[in-house]
Design a binder for this molecule. Structure first.
Ligand code: GLN
Length: 486
């Protein structure tokens, strides 16, 4: 069962090959056996999952089913889940039991899916390697000495290892696409506003977006059908019709115009990653696409602009964690200021503190215009680069990350970690959608091909990714780890 895609498992549930209870028990057993090696889950909700599975089986027996009824999933621990710990990878929220479900969770529950638990992540989604989690790093199932990427590293590792068929992630600057690339799975970051952020613990509110991480583009399409759409509880979600994302998966690609941004193939790109990506582009040519070089001239400003805007929003969002209303509270405070100071000093990790400091600084009087206002202007230029490119081509392609997964502990200074996101971050600043699909191996570690489209082009991205997956089998390859614990 571990090697089947979500789409195949849904078909097997429908035909009665096995029940949701059997399927759920199978994955719970695998988590039990294998996750001490990976550390991909923070919380496993086995009992609740088996109850949900029984309800799904009953619903199926009564004929009240959707396509995903009875499918087990995992949720990044950034989504609020009623009565279940929601830690966001932080000591600050180690004791937080959410009183309500995020909209994404509500929708997945209503579709009859089963949650197996909450996956490990970088604290407050800040990181590119999952080494910033209060619960310890996650290991990459392709190589246990490598990072799984971040911040949705637990979701990516769990799917790649076959511990769960699909999982939810969030992407503020690459946190779905980069871990998907590092772990050899498919991950879609939707257009900003396509999926509700209600109940998703906020990191940088103008950039955060939830999306599916699964084995194939087809699996992601099924999940998008459930989670996309307007939500009155998130004023930045967009009131726009949601297509059936599976309808257009098989549209032919003849005539598709692909742009290769020259800035995505420059210095710092690992040669093996580059050749895997160029091979993938050749597959598209054989499917009838045409390829040309394009330019996104402001690419090199994306990381500096992001590291002003994201910490600014984070410093504001994280001010609510004050030891009074949520989360960790220090012992025996002498007064209110002591309570604030020690609760925050003890509750937050290094990287989160660094970003709060940066954000507070750039928002302070005298620096606001020089940093924050300037970064917003740069953001506008970056967005315009993409819109200009999409005048000439349908989609953009390039690597999701400049290198394959690096070793645990390899990146010690924050700036070299920040540079990891060179190909993903501009996408969030522009608000456009992007998908990473497995496109080969470099030194035994997966390579992700990133495909970008204009605002609300998710259906097109899924179609373009699916056609590649019909012509190749990189997405079906599993790490030896998954076989060992099958
Ligand atoms: N690596 C980036 C950061 O640390 C992006 C993280 C994300 O997308 N959540 O902010």
């Amino acid at each position: 069962m571990h090697d089947k895609t979500l789409t195949q498992l849904a078909a097997s549930l429908k035909s009665g090959e096995f029940s949701s209870r059997e399927l759920t028990a199978h994955f719970l057993q695998k988590i039990e056996k294998a996750d001490s090696k990976l550390n991909s889950f923070i919380t496993v909700t086995g009992e609740q999952a088996l109850k949900q599975a029984e309800a799904a089986d009953n619903a199926r027996a009564a004929g009240e089913t959707g396509i995903l009824t009875g499918i087990p999933l995992a949720l990044k621990d950034i989504f609020c889940t009623r009565d279940v710990k929601t830690s966001c990878g932080s000591r600050m929220l180690d004791n937080f039991i959410a009183p309500y479900d995020a909209t994404v969770v509500e929708k997945l529950n209503a579709a009859g899916t089963i949650s197996l638990g909450k996956t490990n992540m970088d604290e407050f989604a800040m990181g590119s390697s999952n080494e910033n989690s209060h619960y310890g790093p996650v290991k990459n199932p392709w190589d246990l000495t490598a990072v799984p990427g971040g911040s949705s590293g637990g979701s990516a590792a769990a799917v790649a290892a076959g511990l769960v068929p699909a999982a939810m992630g969030t992407d503020t600057g690459g946190s779905i696409r980069q871990p998907a690339a590092f772990c050899g799975i498919t991950g879609l970051k939707p257009t900003y506003g396509r999926v509700s952020r209600y109940g998703m613990i906020a990191y940088a509110s103008s950039l955060d977006q939830a999306g599916p991480m699964a084995r194939s583009a087809e699996d992601c399409a099924h999940l998008m059908n459930v989670i996309a759409g307007h939500d009155v509880r998130d004023s930045t979600s967009v009131a726009r019709g949601v297509p059936d994302y599976t309808d257009t998966l098989n549209a032919p690609l003849s005539g598709l115009k692909i742009g290769l941004p020259k800035e995505y193939f420059g210095d710092g790109l690992d040669p093996d990653v580059e050749s895997a990506v160029r091979e993938a582009v050749k597959v598209y040519e054989s499917l009838g696409a045409t390829v040309r070089e394009v330019s996104l001239p402001h690419t090199h400003y994306a990381i500096p602009a992001y590291y002003v805007i994201a910490p600014a929003e984070a410093s504001s969002n994280l001010s609510r964690f004050d030891g009074v209303r949520f989360g960790h509270r220090c012992k025996d405070p002498v007064d209110l200021i002591d309570l604030y100071k020690r609760s925050r000093a003890e509750g937050f990790g290094e990287e989160v503190k660094r970003r709060i400091l940066i954000g507070t600084h750039t928002l302070s009087e005298g620096f606001f215009d020089a940093y924050y206002t300037k970064a917003q202007k740069v953001r506008r230029l970056i967005r315009q680069d993409f819109l200009d490119a999409f005048e000439d081509v349908d989609v953009l392609m390039g690597p999701a990350s400049p290198t394959p997964a690096f070793d645990l502990g390899a990146k010690k200074d924050p700036v070299s970690m920040y540079l990891q996101d060179i190909y993903t971050i501009a996408v969030n600043l522009a608000g456009i959608p992007g998908i990473s699909v497995p496109a080969g191996l470099a030194g035994g570690r997966p390579v992700g091909l990133q495909i970008l489209g204009t605002h609300f082009a998710e259906a097109q991205l899924l179609n373009v990714a699916h056609q590649y997956q019909q012509a190749t089998d990189w997405h079906l390859q599993l790490p030896a780890f998954a076989e060992e614990y099958a």
